[in-house]
Structure formats: structure tokens, C-alpha cells
Ligand binder design. Structure first.
Ligand code: FPP
Length: 247
């Protein structure tokens, strides 16, 4: 803890931080297998790392952290693994409720939560509602989330508005479409980090990532540290972002 506090003071003073960071928390299964442990042990370790990284992001002045916790495709995993991930999410949300005043993290959820167990849906709704009062740092947890699914849902919602006479096709522009996504009005991610050596997007924030900077590392998510995050931020700060223009 001391180390991070020290780091925070040093680092905050000498470099800008991205406003919105998104992370694919990948490599939990391999981390556990490498240690002869069940895959679920990797998710448990990954869940602790999420806590640590979220707190660190809050402390260094990041405004939004979006993490991929469970995709629309992750239902294909064994029942044991799915149950373990859902259990970890429940545990995290229970603890978040208890420590809310201390953590001061606004929690949001991206994805179709209706497929989750009612208890988990209720916990998500409660943490979301109670934490809405905190300003400064927001963590978005993607649950039963898929980028294509998100886009299809937004397109369907707009089509339904048109059918109901509440909207017209010509009025749909990028800003209007963006506002219909789970991410609503929050800015697109500046930096998307994928640990574990995989070099793909895996259906994560497909619309929002149009001009995001990607950062890949071989480190597995349960081994991810604030120092690793600092490396990603340093690399990000060296990039020249042109958004299609010329600098
Ligand atoms: C990807 O690693 C990770 C997941 C599909 C689950 C992530 C879930 C958690 C970290 C736990 C709960 C989350 C929160 C926010 C409390 P993988 O299993 O695909 O790893 P592998 O590629 O090595 O198999």
C-alpha cells in the first residue's frame, strides 16, 4: 500500500493519465493452470487484481475504468467456471456495498443483465443506484456483454422508436447512436489494455474503440500490477493521436 501511495505522488506530478482506460482481464485460466490450480483460482486472483487496479486508477486521476468481466460468449464455459465467476462478482458487489463510503467508486454495468441470476441483478441495481452519488471515478463492469450485441440492441431500439413515430431515420447520427449504447454519454476509451499475449479485440467495445490506443502485454491478468499499468500509460503518452487528421 505504501509503495502505491509513494508511486501515486511521484507519478501524478509528472505525467498525464488517460481519462478512460478499458481492460480485457485475460489470462486467468492460464495463470491457474501454470500453477496446477483449477481455472477458478485464476478468476479469484483476477478479481483481487481488479480491486487493486480500480483503486489505483481512482487514485491517479483516471475518470473511467471499463473491464470485460463476462462476455456474451463466456456462457460456453463449463457450468462450474461460470458459477465461480458469478460467485466472485456477487462477492465483489457485496463488499462494494459495505465499503462504498470508503471506496467512493461509482459502479456501472454494461451488458444484458437479464440473463444473470436475480440475486446478482438486484445487487448490481443496488450498487449502481447507491454509488451514483460518487463523482470523480466510475468503474464500468461488462457483464454478459458483447460489442456486436450492444450495437444490434441500439439499432433495434432506434428502429422501434421510428416505428412508434418518436424518431426518424434521417435524424440518426453518430452522437445519437453512441448515446443509445451502454456507455451512453461517457467518453470513448483512450487506452485499451489486453494482457496475456492475445492480440485481438474479442468483441470488446467495438463501436467505442474506433480511435482508442491499444496496449498489449504478455503479463497474465492475475500478475498485473500498478507498475504494469504505469508502463501502459507511459507508452500511451508517447503515442501521437491524430483521430484521422494530420499533426
Ligand atoms: C478471461 O480469462 C477472464 C474471464 C472470462 C473472467 C474474468 C472475471 C473475473 C476477473 C472475476 C470477477 C470480476 C470482477 C470485476 C470482480 P480467461 O479465463 O479467458 O483466461 P485464459 O485465456 O488464460 O483461459
Amino acid at each position: 500500500m505504501k509503495l502505491f501511495r509513494k508511486k501515486k505522488e511521484v507519478m501524478q506530478a509528472d505525467r498525464p493519465v488517460p481519462k478512460h482506460i478499458a481492460i480485457v482481464m485475460d489470462g486467468n485460466g492460464r495463470w491457474a493452470t501454470n500453477r496446477g490450480l483449477p481455472r477458478t483460482a485464476g478468476h479469484a486472483a483476477g478479481s483481487e487484481v481488479f480491486r487493486r487496479i480500480a483503486t489505483y486508477c481512482r487514485d491517479i486521476g483516471v475518470s473511467y475504468l471499463t473491464v470485460y468481466a463476462f462476455s456474451t460468449e463466456n456462457w460456453k464455459r463449463s457450468e462450474e467456471e461460470v458459477t465461480a465467476i458469478m460467485g466472485l462478482l456477487k462477492k465483489y458487489l457485496f463488499e462494494a456495498l459495505e465499503k462504498m463510503e470508503n471506496d467512493r467508486i461509482r459502479l456501472e454495468f454494461f451488458g444484458d443483465l437479464t440473463r444473470l441470476a436475480p440475486e446478482l441483478q438486484e445487487l448490481a441495481a443496488k450498487t449502481r443506484e447507491i454509488s451514483a452519488r460518487y463523482e470523480g471515478f466510475q468503474a464500468n463492469i461488462c457483464l454478459n456483454y458483447g460489442g456486436r450485441d450492444e450495437i444490434v440492441r441500439a439499432a433495434r431500439a432506434y428502429a422501434e422508436k421510428c416505428v412508434a413515430g418518436e424518431a426518424v431515420p434521417d435524424a440518426l447520427d453518430e452522437a445519437a447512436f453512441s448515446s443509445m449504447l451502454y456507455s451512453g454519454d461517457i467518453p470513448d476509451p483512450d487506452l485499451i489494455i489486453r494482457p496475456s499475449g492475445e492480440l485481438r479485440t474479442s468483441n470488446f467495445l467495438l463501436w467505442q474503440s474506433a480511435y482508442s490506443e491499444y496496449y498489449f502485454t504478455d503479463v497474465l491478468w492475475p500478475d498485473y500490477t500498478p507498475e504494469e499499468l504505469e508502463r501502459a500509460i507511459a507508452a500511451f503518452n508517447k503515442r501521437s493521436r491524430r483521430f484521422g487528421g494530420v499533426k
